[in-house]
Design a protein around this ligand. Structure first.
Ligand SMILES: Nc1ncnc2c1ncn2[C@@H]1O[C@H](COP(=O)(O)OP(=O)(O)OP(=O)(O)O)[C@@H](O)[C@H]1O
Ligand SMILES: [Mg+2]
Length: 389
């Protein structure tokens, strides 16, 4: 059971109808479609409540049903009743927010971060005078919906804000990265698929400029799923992406590859091309399940195909400092991976699903939000790790 206050009702009404791409608010209360995304409350039944304004509202708490598919249902219309999203309040945990403020660096030198370790200071990187050769990062986890695409877009945008030239590679046939940057994958004639499969195709023909200065995109769409099959008969099939990216190396400082949720040939191609892997892990009960298989795959690629490959870090995502569960999962992840876990932890907020609808990174969509600050801190931490080498 939970309460819906009249303020929340007004908010639900104001933020009600959303069709992907439009973001237009304002349906009548009778047919409200409320933005939704996976939450972790136990299932409760729908309740009808009368608010102080005399409005009747049906409210249903989040549930664990269809855990794997809930994120695909983001922004689906909820035909009956409201979906009460406790995270929609946008009020960051003040303690967590404080750890993200770069100017508080001196005070927090001895502060304990969300991972339970003293939080180091990640300096704001200085400008670059020349660019390249690129460091290639694969954003990889075969588990679906852990924040790979969100992290690719927002880490990329934050690195670009710090003056780094960034190329994002959509390496998932679902094209979520392309959608998240406002591109309609279905309308594309040329995608990363053509770059991989057609000899003589130059990257310039496929590259798209994004709305973020310094950040370009190699888009993809469903065509890429054919590559997985067609590549099998190619010579040196695992290094096709590496060869395709080679001519671009001197134009960029960072190339970030958004992998699909599988450990198939496309992901192996991404790992073969990469210098670093970032593994996003959702702070949720089964987070560590499957990670052994992933690290095994990384080790195999290291041994057989790409000795340069390194695990840069494990990124805890969708962390909710208010729940014991999230804190426990994060503690276990730190126990398992120790210094591999980034000090930066990405909190759970509806602002991320919103950015997908808006088709832009959180750093521009909600520049002052805690989510944007978190990805800027991640960018500084990634840069600090690279410079430390
Ligand atoms: N920190 C966060 N807080 C709340 N929601 C988030 C957060 N990060 C991502 N999401 C949402 O969770 C869903 C899954 O995220 P995302 O698409 O980035 O995961 P993914 O690992 O790329 O998924 P897939 O495996 O399907 O490619 C999206 O709806 C996204 O908006
Ligand atoms: Mg994705």
């Amino acid at each position: 059971m939970f309460l819906v206050t009249s303020k929340e009702v007004r908010r639900l009404v104001n933020e009600s109808t959303i069709t992907p791409g439009s973001g237009a608010p304002g349906a009548p209360i009778g047919s409200v479609a409320v933005r939704t995304f996976a939450t972790h409350q136990p299932m409760t039944s729908a309740h009808t409540m009368k608010t102080m304004d005399g409005l009747h509202v049906n409210a249903t708490a989040g549930n664990e049903m269809g855990r794997e598919s809930t994120h695909f249902a983001a922004y689906d219309e909820v035909p009956e009743g409201h979906f009460y999203d406790p995270d929609a309040e946008y009020e960051p945990d003040p303690e967590y927010a404080a750890t993200l403020a770069p100017d508080a660096a001196r005070q927090r030198r001895e502060r304990i971060g969300p991972t339970g370790r003293p939080l180091p200071y990640f300096p704001i990187p200085g400008p670059l005078t020349d660019h390249g050769p690129a460091k290639i990062i694969a954003m990889c986890n075969q588990k679906g919906g852990v924040g790979k695409t969100t992290s690719t877009i927002n880490l990329g945008a934050a690195l670009a804000e710090y003056g780094r030239r960034v190329l994002l590679v959509d390496f998932d046939p679902q094209g979520a990265l392309s959608v998240g940057l406002g591109v309609n994958p279905m309308e594309l004639d040329l995608t990363v698929y053509n770059l991989l499969m057609e000899r003589g195709m130059s990257a310039d023909e496929v590259l798209l400029k994004t709305a973020v200065p310094n950040m370009d995109l190699l888009p993809s769409n469903i065509d890429l799923s054919a590559a997985e099959v067609q590549l099998v008969s190619e010579v040196a099939r695992e290094s096709t992406l590496q060869r395709a990216l080679k001519p671009l190396m001197n134009d960029y400082d960072y190339i970030v590859i958004d992998c699909q949720p599988s450990l198939g040939l496309l992901t192996v191609n991404a790992l073969t091309a990469a210098h670093k892997v970032i593994v996003p892990l959702e702070c949720e009960f089964f987070a560590l399940r499957g990670v052994a298989l992933l690290t095994e795959t990384i080790e195999k690629v290291q041994e057989r195909l790409n000795p340069e490959l390194e695990l840069d870090g494990i990124l805890a995502t969708m962390y909710d400092s208010r729940t014991v569960h999230s804190r426990e999962v994060l503690a276990r992840v730190v126990e398992a991976f120790d210094e591999h876990v980034y000090h930066t932890v990405i909190g759970r907020t509806v602002r991320f699903p919103e950015t997908t609808v808006a088709g832009e990174p959180i750093t521009t969509y909600a520049s002052n939000s805690v989510g944007a600050a978190a990805y800027r801190q991640l960018a500084r931490e990634v840069l600090a790790r690279c410079h430390a080498e």
